[in-house]
Design a protein around this ligand. Structure first.
Ligand code: GDP
Length: 197
C-alpha cells in the first residue's frame, strides 16, 4: 500500500479551485473533534498530515492530499464549528453538494464518528450524499479505546443495524482508534481498494 506517500496538494474553497477531475479519490467527512485528523494521520502513518486542514481559514475548504497522481484523499470540512457565519455555511453546503453530485474521481466516502456519539444529522447527510450517487461508504467508529471491548461490540452492532436500515448494503462500519492502532489495517485495505492501490 502507498497511503504513506500522501502529501498535501492544495485546498479548494470553490469548484474552480478543485484539482483536475482525474484518477480516483476518497473523501473523509466527520463532525469536528470526531477524530478525523487523527484517523487520516494513522491511515497514512504520518504524524501531522492532517494538521493543515485545521489551519484557520482552511476549515471551510476541501483539502486534497495526493498519494499518487492517480490517487487522492480529500479532507472535507469538519462540521460543528460554532462560529461559522450562516452565509458561509450556505456556501459550504452548496459546494459539498455539487462536489458529491459531479465529481467523477470520487470512489467512496469515509465517515468518521465518535463511537460514543454516532450517526448525528451531519453524518447521515454525508452518507446520504454518497449513497444517492451510488458510491460506497465506510464508517469509522473512532475513539474505540475509550470503551471496553464489550461496549465496543454493542455500539458496532447498533450502528451497523441503523446503517443497514437507513442506507442498505453499500455502507460498512468498523471500530477504529488511531492512537491505539485499532482497525487501521482494515480501513487501509478498504481505502486502498477504492483507490486501486
Ligand atoms: P477532528 O476534529 O475530527 O480532526 O479530531 P482530532 O483528530 O483532532 O481529534 C480530536 C481529539 O480527540 C484530540 O484530542 C485527539 O487526540 C482525540 N482522539 C482522536 N482519535 C482518538 C482515538 O481514537 N482515541 C482517543 N482516546 N482519542 C482520540
Amino acid at each position: 500500500l502507498l497511503l504513506e506517500r500522501a502529501h498535501y496538494l492544495l485546498s479548494a474553497h470553490n469548484t474552480r479551485q478543485l484539482p483536475d477531475d482525474v484518477g480516483a479519490e476518497v473523501a473523509f467527512a466527520g463532525r469536528s473533534n470526531a477524530g478525523k485528523s487523527s484517523a487520516l494521520n494513522a491511515l497514512t502513518r504520518q504524524n501531522s498530515l492532517a494538521r493543515v486542514s485545521k489551519t484557520p481559514g482552511r476549515t471551510q475548504q476541501l483539502v486534497f492530499f495526493e498519494v499518487t497522481p492517480e490517487a487522492k484523499l480529500v479532507d472535507l470540512p469538519g462540521y460543528g464549528y460554532a462560529k461559522v457565519p450562516l452565509d458561509l455555511q450556505a456556501h459550504w453546503q452548496a459546494f459539498i453538494d455539487q462536489y458529491f453530485r459531479t465529481r467523477e474521481a470520487l470512489r467512496g466516502l469515509v465517515v468518521v464518528m465518535d463511537i460514543r456519539h454516532p450517526l448525528k444529522d451531519y453524518d447521515r447527510q454525508m452518507l446520504a450524499y454518497a449513497v444517492r450517487r451510488g458510491l460506497p461508504a465506510h464508517a469509522l467508529l473512532t475513539k474505540a479505546d475509550k470503551l471496553g471491548r464489550g461496549q465496543q461490540g454493542i455500539a458496532l452492532q447498533k450502528v451497523r443495524k441503523e446503517l443497514q436500515s437507513a442506507f442498505g448494503d453499500t455502507v460498512s462500519v468498523q471500530t477504529f482508534s488511531g492512537p491505539a492502532r485499532q482497525g487501521v489495517d482494515e480501513a487501509r485495505g478498504i481505502i486502498g481498494g477504492w483507490l486501486g492501490l
